[in-house]
Design a protein around this ligand. Structure first.
Ligand code: NAP
Length: 307
């Protein structure tokens, strides 16, 4: 790795890798920094992606590998590291990594993605990895022929419940409302499965268990009725929050921590652009993240022309 690049892209999910492809095609000296050893971000944990154009039914790992391979073939440079600070020295941007390294660039594209939202109920932290999971495709196989619950009503919760139903004896979907948020096609599939039961208007008050999850304490939000449910595993799929703690005080963030930027990716710091799930926007999908990556490079090129 060199000490200076035209552009540093922070994050190796669909937005970051699309930005890398566009940046290399624009002949920019490009470094991608990803904190995980594998690029792909959340897509890596998706069992099946059925709405990326042209690749119906592809699994998340293969799609990530396609993105990664495309960027690698264009000779984008990858580095594993975690950004802990972004600052400026004169006209140069500086990305500071957790190991103390400082890497310089004319421009920076932030494609930081997001992390799992916690349920914030007693037992969640203590039983994480002991029956509490945030990734059905990673951990589902441990629960073959057992009883599990998925918390949430969005696309991820529906996908997770459908995935788990293939191997589990019984899967409960626990949702706080009487209507699901996820795509209709997933709702129909889920509701057709014999071993899936939806607990509507229900919230989890506590995850029970000593060494391992044994069940959950529930409350119906409409009737106030409390109940207990015996379980072997709990999958929390209640959305994500942006991973922007390193940027507090550096860039404009909204009240939920998303980086404030329009479709052009232009942030409050000139020369710094952002795209993907960490950006303020309405529709967070792989295809919109990829579009963001392309837009960021277009905006970056315009910025560089004026430097
Ligand atoms: P999401 O769409 O934000 O859904 C989160 C779900 O969790 C909602 O049903 C929400 O309930 C519930 N929830 C939130 N906080 C909760 C809490 N504290 N306690 C209990 N329930 C809570 O999140 P997601 O499913 O992770 O999806 C994230 C984004 O990725 C979305 O934009 C989604 O469309 C996208 N995605 C797309 C695909 C695909 O296109 N193939 C696949 C996966 C994800 P309410 O409904 O009551 O708000």
């Amino acid at each position: 790795m060199k000490k200076e690049y035209d552009v540093i892209i922070v994050g190796g999910g669909p937005a970051g890798m699309t930005a890398a492809i566009y940046a290399k095609r624009a002949a920019l000296d490009t470094l991608i920094i990803e904190k995980q050893p594998f690029c792909g971000g959340q897509v890596l944990n998706t069992y099946e992606v059925d709405n990326y154009p042209g690749l119906p039914g592809i699994d998340g790992f293969s799609l990530s590998e396609k993105f990664h391979g495309h960027a690698r073939n264009l000779e984008a440079e990858f580095y594993t590291g975690e950004m802990i600070e972004l600052c400026e020295e004169g006209k140069k941007k500086v990305v500071v990594l957790s190991n103390g390294e400082r890497i310089y660039a004319k421009g920076v594209i932030l494609a930081l993605g997001s992390v799992h939202r916690k349920a914030m109920v007693p037992g969640e932290e203590e039983l994480k990895g002991k029956g509490v999971s945030y990734c059905a495709t990673c951990d589902g196989a441990f629960f073959r022929d057992q009883t599990t619950a998925v918390i949430g009503g969005g696309d991820v919760a529906l996908e997770d419940a459908i995935f788990l139903a293939r191997g589990c004896k019984k899967v409960y979907l626990i949702h706080r409302r009487d209507e699901l948020r996820g795509a209709k096609i997933l709702q129909n599939k889920l509701l057709s499965l014999d071993n899936v039961e939806v607990l509507w208007d229900t919230v989890i008050e506590k995850i029970e268990g000593d060494q391992f999850v044994t069940g959950v304490s529930l409350q119906n939000v409409k009737t106030g009725e409390k109940s207990e449910l015996s379980l072997d595993g709990v999958f929390v799929a209640i959305g994500t929050v942006p991973d922007t703690k390193a940027l507090k005080g550096t860039l404009d963030l909204d009240e939920n921590g998303y980086i404030v930027a329009g479709e052009d990716g232009i942030t409050s710091m000139p020369g710094v652009f952002c795209g993907g799930d960490c950006r303020t926007k309405k529709l967070r999908q792989i295809v919109t993240s990829a579009a963001d990556g392309a837009n960021c490079v277009f905006s970056l090129e315009q910025y560089l022309m004026k430097l």
